[in-house]
Design a protein. Sequence first.
Length: 158
Amino acid sequence: MKLSEFKNKLEQVENFDIQLPNGIRVPNHFHITEMGLLTKNFIDCGNTIHEEKVITFQVWFAGDLEHRLAPSKVFKIIDASKKLIGDHDFELEVEYQDTMTIGKFGLDFVDGIFVLTPKETTCLANDHCGIPAGKMKATIGEWVNKETSCCTPNSGCC
């Protein structure tokens, strides 16, 4: 979801509610602790340079159970972040402290609720990797040989 769509959807709700991908709602006393522009410059395994820009905000909650973040307050946070974001309309990325680490999520809007969506990695230069098309997408652990380590000489894992 881009910033413009987020603002449009935010205008449609009385309460700013966020749901995790597993269906559990973020406690309604959450805060937005930071908002800004994140620029990532990197090179992929095919030696191509990339630049990625996203507008990011961090969701956090503490023990102040009476706190509520009204849509009007979110608009004030967005306005204050214009010093960094300008008038750019980049995709939003939401950071949320999960059970063990900070997760990065996309954002969707379903039935009046903002829903955090999973983000995935992929190879950006699969034509350089030498991985057959049918094996590009793997689930963690499915490559593990139960009898021997996958990282043996000539195993093809590295």
